[in-house]
Every structure is written in C-alpha cells, then in structure tokens.
Design a protein around this ligand. Structure first.
Ligand code: FAD
Length: 468
C-alpha cells in the first residue's frame, strides 16, 4: 500500500553511497526520498571517517615535517597545540562538506526523511525519528546502511578511556600512553595523528605484519619509520584481556609462543575492523537476504535477491571504502532509472594515509602467489628519485606488476609521501589495459614523484640507464 510518503526511488542511509545514489537518481528524473537517522548527511566518511581523519593527518604532517627540517638547517619552536582550535578547524571542514550535501539535496528536490528506517514490507519502510513515526513507500529502494566499528566482548567499551575511531577523532585530549589495538589502515592513521601530537604509541597486531592486505615489502618503509617513532610495535600478538583500573587500562597480551604480558595505558583505541549494518534494517520483511555477518549479497547491477531492491557500499562487502560506495551508488541509481549499467570496474584502489602513505591497486604479489598467477615486476626505489630526495623523504618505493604474457599492468603498489595521489595513474593504466611501454614511454614531468611509475615500468623493461 501507499505510505505517508512515496517516491520512485528511496535510499536508506545518507553516506557516500546513499547520497550519491539519491542525487544520481534525481538527476535522471526520478522522485527520490533519502532516509537518514543522523541529523547530518554524509555518513561515516564525512562525519567520522575519511574527512576528519585527513584534516588531523594534515596537521600531523605539518608538525612532523617541521620537526624533521631541524636536520636540514631549519629549526622551529616546539609546536603549541591548541586542541580546541584544532578540533574546531576539523569540525569546520566536516561542516562545510555536510552543509554542501544539504544544498545538493535541495537543488534536486530530494526529500530527506530523518529517522531510523526498517523495512515493513517489500515496498515499504517504517521510519522512527525525532520528528515522529512515518512510513515511506517505494518502487525501487537502494540500501546504503553502511557499517560500524566491531566491538570485542572482553573490552570495557563503556569506559571513556576505551575509544573507537569516532572517539579518537573527537580529540578530547592527548593521552600520554596510547595503545592502538589493530594495525590496519584506520588504527595506523590515528596512531600517526596522536604520535605527532605527542602521545607515546604502542601498536598491537594479531597478524605477522602491519596493514595485512598490502604486500609486506610495501609496508616495510612505514614499519621502519614508526618503529623509530613509536614506543612499541607488537606483531603476532593478541590482546586477551582488558581491565579498567584507576590508573589506566590494564591490557593482557599473548604472543605467538603463548607468552603472556601485561601493560597499562591511558587510552586504548580499538580498531579491529568494521561490521555491516545489514542486520539492523529488518531486511527479511522485504525478502532481502542478509548473511550471518550482516552483509547483503548483490549481483553485478547491485540488485539484491529482490530485483527492485539494491544495496551498495559497506553493507555489501569489502573493501569498505568510500570510493567503492560512490561507484556502486551510481550503478544502482542508473539501473533503478532503467539505464544499462553494471559494476564493471576491474580494480578498486586502497590507500592508507599514514606517514609514509601506502597505496595499492589491482593484484598484490601475495594475491598473485595465492592464486597461482605468474606476474613479473618493475620496482623503483625512491632513493633514486630526485624529487623524493629533495623532499627529504626517500624511503619510498614504487612497484608495478605485469602479466608476463602481454606486459600489461595488473597491479601496483606505492609506499611514500603522496602515494595515495600517485596510485590513481596505475588504476587508470589497469582499467585501460596499458602495458609497460605505455607507462615507460609516457613523458612524466620532472622532477615529480609521478616519475617513479614511469621509472618502475622502465626498470621492468630494462630500458633505464641512470637511476637519477
Ligand atoms: P556509511 O558512510 O556508513 O553511511 C551509512 C549511513 O546510513 C549512515 O549515515 C547511517 O547513519 C545511516 N543508516 C544506517 N542504518 C540506518 C537506518 N536503519 N535508518 C536510517 N539511516 C541509517 N574510506 C575511504 O575510502 N577513504 C578513507 O580515507 C577512509 N577513511 C576512514 C576513516 C575512518 C576513521 C573510518 C571509520 C572509515 C574510513 N573510510 C575511508 C571508510 C568509509 O568511511 C566508508 O567506506 C564509507 O563511509 C561507506 O559508505 P556507505 O555509504 O556505505 O555507508
């Protein structure tokens, strides 16, 4: 039946996936309602994810670059950190973007219904919110409910000294000693921020390397640098207990040999992954299947098992990244509007905005090995890059992986300052089927870090003669 509100396309969740889908569907002439439980649009990415973390990482980079110029003849005074002002600036950046989203919605006549939505039938969502309860009916629905941080059963999550990424981004204070539980991208980015602001950092990771997922050789320059700056990096170690005491959080560690140790920290950042919100939307009422972890399976057009209901972003699976959500949002909106479109991207880049940054796209060497795929590589060490040396940061490395049969690029990884910006060229190369000659014969501007892609291709071809 008809709800109190009706739209041709209803989008559940206003993160990067959801707002992109809503605006695209509206641009294609559909009537659109966007349902969001938060008072502010933008989801995790804008409010408590990508954007505030990058503002703080920028501040961290300014601090450490200033510190390191000391070795090259320029000494600054020790930075004075006004936390209120830094927090205000970060919040202002977020507000500018989320406010912009309101304007984009208005301009397209996308109606925003605020409240928590749960399915009450195959064409209906019930919304409960501050403004009272209502129902929204739809012809097509796009689920973009996102994800939230994983909590661990033995951790006192209600102790204010235990933080998730959202808590860490609030920047309430600068703890003396902080434990980062989980050495993935989010944990290492926040470690980078708090280290620059003056905290002593310990990182504990269950796997045998930081940032599992990236090739070990590409993580090594980051690991070496943080080993020099942080108090301790514990690999192959799990946290088995945490006790809230007056003087701090007493944490129990167990290493691979079964050896148990304890240590006490002022704060613990729990960054052990994110879980999808699929179980929170009563999807069964619409006949949409949700797996036991909370993910919703979709086909190459982002359709769930119900052809008029789509799902996009973190709620459909890994990698949980904003640019993947945005891309899927466009696909779902266009298919819902009757266009011919499918998710046919070959690769999705991953970036850790740590210092140095680590970025990769397409196949990694580890994946190639696991899949039994033959790849050959071209590797260019930044110690031979004039620009990296001039930047005072020559620890980086650019690695390209090629299919030996046709020399096409199948994967790339870059570690070093600005690796996140540089990796886009490799993504384009893979999507366009570029080969080593394409990259090696494209004239790159000198002296730039982008040249390292050109040089890595030439290293593979054996045509490089002089490493400067
Ligand atoms: P989300 O952004 O999670 O949005 C979902 C929205 O749906 C939320 O606003 C939520 O309130 C709403 N919602 C959920 N359920 C309901 C309901 N029942 N009713 C109404 N509304 C509902 N990714 C990158 O690509 N680059 C980065 O640099 C990056 N940095 C990150 C840093 C941190 C600290 C974190 C936590 C994440 C980061 N990510 C980054 C990941 C990125 O934020 C997510 O991949 C992205 O936000 C996913 O978008 P989404 O649209 O799927 O969902």
């Amino acid at each position: 039946g008809a709800g109190e509100h009706h739209a041709e396309v209803v989008v559940l969740g206003a993160g990067p996936g959801g707002y992109t889908a809503a605006y695209r569907a509206a641009d294609l002439g559909k009537s659109v309602i966007l349902i969001e439980r938060n008072p502010v649009l933008g989801g995790v990415c804008l409010n408590v994810g990508c954007i505030p973390s990058k503002a703080l990482l920028h501040a961290a980079r300014v601090i450490t670059e200033a510190e390191e110029m000391g070795a090259h003849g320029i000494t600054f005074a020790k930075p004075k950190v006004d936390l209120d002002s830094l927090r205000g600036w970060k919040d202002g950046v977020v507000k500018q973007l989320t406010g912009g989203l309101d304007g984009l919605a208005r301009a397209r006549k996308v109606k925003v219904v605020r409240g928590t939505g749960t399915f009450s039938g195959p064409n209906m969502i019930a919304v409960t919110g501050a403004d009272g309860d209502t129902t929204v009916s739809f012809d097509h629905c796009i689920i973009a409910a996102g994800s939230e941080p994983v909590e661990l059963p033995f951790i006192p999550h209600d102790d204010p000294r235990v933080m998730d990424s959202t808590g860490a981004l609030e920047l309430a204070d600068i703890p003396k000693r902080m434990l980062v539980l989980g050495g993935g991208i989010i944990g290492l980015e926040m470690a980078c921020v708090y280290d620059a602001l003056g905290s002593k950092i310990t990182v504990v990771e269950f796997m045998d390397q930081l940032m599992p997922g990236a090739d070990k050789d590409m993580v090594r320059p980051l690991q070496k640098r943080v080993e020099g700056r942080y108090e301790k990096i514990m690999l192959k170690t799990k946290v088995t207990g945490m006790e809230a005491q007056k003087k701090g959080l007493k944490v129990t560690f167990e290493d691979a040999k079964g050896e148990v140790t304890t240590d006490t920290f002022d704060r613990v950042l729990v960054s052990v992954g994110r879980r999808p919100n699929g179980k929170l939307i009563n999807a069964e009422a619409a006949g949409v299947a949700v797996d036991e972890r909370g993910f919703i399976a979709v086909d190459h057009q982002q359709r769930t098992g119900q052809p008029h209901i789509f799902a996009i972003g973190d709620v459909v699976g890994q990698p949980m990244l904003a640019h993947k959500a945005v891309h899927e949002g466009k696909v779902a909106a266009e298919v819902a509007a009757g266009h011919k479109r499918a998710f046919d991207a070959q690769v999705i880049p991953s970036v850790a905005y740590t210092d140095p940054e680590v970025a990769w796209v397409g196949l990694t060497e580890t994946q190639a090995r696991e899949k039994g795929l033959k790849v050959e590589k071209g590797v260019f060490p930044w110690a031979a890059s004039g620009r990296a040396l001039s930047n005072g940061r020559s620890e980086g490395m650019t690695k390209l992986l090629f299919n030996p049969e046709d020399d096409r690029v199948v994967g790339a990884a870059i570690v070093g300052t600005n690796a996140g910006e540089l990796i886009a060229e490799a993504a384009l190369a893979i999507e366009m089927g570029a080969d080593a000659v394409d990259l090696g014969h494209t004239i790159h501007p000198h002296p730039t870090l982008s040249e390292t892609i050109n040089f890595a291709a030439e290293m593979f071809e054996g045509t490089i003669t002089d490493l400067m």
